[in-house]
Design a protein around this ligand. Structure first.
Ligand code: DHB
Length: 396
C-alpha cells in the first residue's frame, strides 16, 4: 500500500500536463495508464497547438523540440471550391500556431516527467476507485506484472479519455448534466509519404464535401476528407481518395501532393460536455469530461486549459489545505469548454456539406463563410478563436 497526494488515471494530454505542472509546484503524483508506453507514443491523433499551449510548453521547459521540429505557421487558408482566402493569424492576433502531432506532445511530456523522477505506470488497469466522498481516496489497480496494488491519495483525477467510467459517479450528482450532439458527417484521415502541398494548412469546402490539407513533417502529410459516418476504410481506395482530394482542393496554382498512403482511418464527429466535472475528491479532465469534433483541433488544447485551472487548485489544496480554487474548478473550466465547443461546431457547420440539405441551406452556409472571409472583423474573430484564448493563470 502506498500513498500519493494526487493519483492520475491516464497518460494523455490532461494527465501528463497536470502531473508536470503539479511537480513544478512541489506536488507529486502517480499516473496509471492502461496502454503501453509505445502505444501512447504512437497513436495517431490531431496536431494543432494553440498559442497558449505553445507558451505553457515553453515556459515550463517542455517546448524545445516543439520549437525545433513543429511546423510553426502564421496563417491558415480557407478554400471555397478551390478559391483560397488567407487568414493571417499573426497579423490579426499577434500569435502563431504550431502543427505538432499529439503523440509528439505526449512523448515530450513523458520524457520530461521521467527525467524529473515522476511515476508513470504503463500497462496498469485501475480496478476500483473508492472514498472520493470522504477524507481519502483508495485506488486499486493491477500492475503490468499482473499484481494487485493499492494506492491511497488525497485527490484522484480521471484523464482517461471519452470512455471514462469515472463520469458515472459525477453524473449521479443532483443537477449534473451531459449535453451531447451528433453530426451527420465524419472524416476520413490519411497519412502519406509526400512533400508538403504548401506551407499553410488548407480547410476546403466543396459540393463534394470538406477536405483538410495538414502536415506532419517535410516528407509526411496528413490529409482529411469529409465522409459518411458509416463509411469503412475498405470503401476508400487510393484512387477515390486522390480523386476527391484533387476535386475538393486543387486550383490553377495549387495541386495536392500525392504519395504512398500508409494509414487510413475514419474519425467520428461528436460533441459532449459534462457539467460539473468534479465530485468530492474526484475530478474529470480532458476528454473524460468533454469531446469536441476534430475541426480546429481543440481537443488537446482544451485538456491543457482544464489542467491550467485544476493544477493550481490542487496545489493550493495539497500545500495549504485551501480548497477554494478546487471547488470552483468546474465553474471556471466549463465556460471555456462551451466556447471551444461552439467554435468547433461553427467551423464544422460552415465547412461541411450536409447530404440531403435543401439548396437554401447550402447557399446560406456558403454566404456565411464568405461573409466571415470577406470582412476583417470576420477573419479576426476566426483567427482569435483558432489560435485560442489565453490560458487562465492563478496565483498559487
Ligand atoms: C489537424 C487536425 C485538425 O482537426 C485540424 O483542424 C488541423 C490539423 C491535423 O491532424 O493535422
Amino acid at each position: 500500500m502506498s500513498h500519493t497526494p494526487v493519483a492520475i488515471i491516464g497518460a494523455g494530454p490532461a494527465g501528463l500536463t497536470l502531473s508536470h505542472l503539479l511537480h513544478r509546484h512541489g506536488v507529486e503524483s502517480v499516473i496509471l495508464e492502461s496502454r503501453s508506453r509505445a502505444d501512447v507514443e504512437e497513436t495517431v491523433r490531431a496536431g494543432v497547438l494553440e498559442q497558449g499551449t505553445m507558451r505553457l510548453m515553453r515556459e515550463t521547459g517542455v517546448g524545445e523540440r516543439m520549437d525545433r521540429e513543429a511546423d510553426i505557421d502564421d496563417a491558415i487558408e480557407i478554400s471555397i471550391d478551390g478559391r483560397r482566402t488567407r487568414i493571417g493569424l499573426t497579423e490579426l492576433t499577434g500569435h502563431h500556431m504550431a502543427v505538432y502531432p499529439q503523440h509528439e506532445y505526449l512523448k515530450d511530456f513523458i520524457a520530461k516527467r521521467l527525467e524529473d523522477g515522476g511515476a508513470i505506470h504503463f500497462e496498469t488497469t485501475v480496478d476500483d476507485v473508492t472514498g472520493y466522498d470522504g477524507d481519502e481516496v483508495t485506488v486499486t489497480y493491477t500492475d503490468a506484472s499482473g499484481a494487485q496494488q493499492t494506492l491511497t491519495c488525497d485527490y484522484v483525477v480521471a484523464g482517461d479519455g471519452s470512455k471514462s467510467p469515472y463520469r458515472t459517479p459525477v453524473l449521479e450528482l443532483d443537477g449534473a448534466v451531459r449535453d451531447r450532439h451528433e453530426y451527420p458527417y465524419a472524416w476520413f484521415g490519411i497519412l502519406v509519404n509526400a512533400p508538403q502541398t504548401q506551407k499553410e494548412l488548407i480547410y476546403g469546402t466543396h459540393d463534394n464535401g470538406f477536405a483538410l490539407i495538414s502536415t506532419r513533417t517535410p516528407t509526411v502529410q496528413r490529409y482529411y476528407l469529409q465522409c459518411n459516418p458509416e463509411d469503412t476504410v475498405e470503401q476508400w481506395s487510393d484512387e477515390r481518395i486522390w480523386s476527391e482530394l484533387h476535386t475538393r482542393v486543387d486550383s490553377e496554382d495549387l495541386q495536392v501532393s500525392e504519395g504512398e498512403i500508409f494509414d487510413k482511418a475514419v474519425l467520428r464527429f461528436r460533441s459532449a460536455v459534462t457539467d460539473p466535472m468534479q465530485r468530492g475528491r474526484l475530478f474529470l479532465a480532458g476528454d473524460a469530461a468533454h469531446t469536441v469534433p476534430p475541426t480546429g483541433a481543440k481537443g488537446l488544447n482544451l485538456a491543457v486549459a482544464d489542467v491550467a485551472v485544476l493544477a493550481p487548485g490542487l496545489v493550493r489544496a495539497v500545500k495549504k489545505g485551501n480548497r477554494d480554487l478546487l471547488d470552483e474548478y468546474s465553474a471556471l473550466a466549463v465556460p471555456r469548454i462551451w466556447k471551444a465547443q461552439h467554435f468547433s461546431y461553427w467551423m464544422s457547420s460552415m465547412l461541411h456539406s450536409v447530404p440531403g440539405d435543401p439548396h437554401f441551406q447550402t447557399r446560406r452556409r456558403i454566404a456565411e463563410l464568405e461573409s466571415v472571409l470577406s470582412t476583417e472583423a470576420g477573419r479576426t474573430y476566426l483567427a482569435q478563436q483558432y489560435v485560442g484564448l489565453d490560458l487562465p493563470r492563478f496565483e498559487i
